[in-house]
Design a protein around this ligand. Structure first.
Ligand code: MG
Length: 160
């Protein structure tokens, strides 16, 4: 069995007048993440981890931000497209683990729903998805509530 590992990282500005979407879940908050799509920094990091593991480049190559098709798109739709491409390479998801870096709001109550949503698109069980969160202790742009970041690793296995 061949195993492949990939790493993903993303960083988005927090702005007023946008919904906050993380892992496909809308979270009540005074700001949301800027971006061409819905700005879902967590799902974007997962996309990049999968693309990296499959040797397929990155999310910027896959979904150019000049493409009107992805304007305000749900990032879960982007992830579904990535999963399809990874599947075409003969690879399936074994495990995905993630960290969200955000000062506010409290995210832990939303982890189960994020894991369910991501697992559904990835075609795995929620137990195969990890979601955690860290603050930056109030330091730097994330600590000032100006941005959020996310990191992800994906483990894929060959299906043949
Ligand atoms: Mg992004």
């Amino acid at each position: 069995m061949t195993l492949r590992v990939g790493l993903g990282y993303d960083y988005h500005r927090l702005v007023e007048g946008r919904k906050l979407i993380l892992g496909g879940v809308e979270i009540p908050f005074s700001k949301g993440l800027a971006g061409h799509s819905d700005g879902d920094v967590l799902t974007h990091a997962v996309c990049d981890a999968l693309l990296g593991a499959a040797g397929l480049g990155d999310i910027g190559q896959f979904f150019p931000d000049t493409d009107p098709k992805w304007k305000d798109a749900s990032s879960l739709a982007l992830l579904a497209r990535v999963v399809e491409a990874v599947g075409e390479q003969g690879l399936a998801v074994v495990q995905v683990d993630t960290v969200i870096i955000a000062q506010q709001p409290k995210l832990a109550p939303h982890f189960p729903r994020m894991r369910e949503k991501l697992a559904e698109v990835l075609g795995v069980e929620p137990a195969q998805i990890g979601v955690k969160a860290k603050t930056t202790e109030g330091l730097e742009a994330i600590g000032r509530g100006e941005a959020m970041a996310a990191q992800a690793v994906a483990l894929l296995e060959s299906t043949h």
